[in-house]
Design a protein around this ligand. Structure first.
Ligand code: ZN
Length: 128
């Protein structure tokens, strides 16, 4: 049975890999948890500073859906968005896709944590 901590495990592991951003659906698919629950947990990690929430703006044209820009929530209302093929468009909620980016410091930490883990551990005799 998956639980909410599996989200944290997934995030920590993914942070140690050459991945910069990910969709919440990737975590939901992997853990088997409902997307809403995963999203809530990811927002918690955003508050903790491990992740940054960004928004992909995709072209509204049917059969296009290319990502024209990835922005933070503050930038969301500032830009005119333009598809290379279909030109300018106004953003509506259906064109906004949340994507999470690793905080670079968090990523560094997870990479070095993984390296440490793969090194031989101290023998109990040396700990005492
Ligand atoms: Zn387009």
């Amino acid at each position: 049975m998956a639980d909410i901590w599996d989200v944290d495990d997934w995030v920590e592991n993914a942070a140690s890999l050459p991945v910069r951003r990910f969709y919440p659906s990737a975590v939901a698919n992997f853990t088997g948890l409902p997307l809403e629950q995963v999203f809530t947990r990811l927002l918690h990690l955003v508050q903790g500073g491990a992740l940054v929430l960004l928004y992909e703006i995709r072209c509204p044209e049917y059969d296009c859906a290319r990502t024209v820009k990835t922005v933070s929530d503050k930038e969301l209302l500032k830009f005119d968005f333009e598809c290379d093929i279909h030109g300018e468009f106004e953003v509506t909620p259906g064109m906004i896709f949340p994507v999470f980016e690793f905080n670079p410091e968090f990523k560094k930490r997870m990479i070095s944590k993984k390296k440490r883990k793969s090194q031989p551990t101290l023998k109990p005799a040396l700990i005492y």
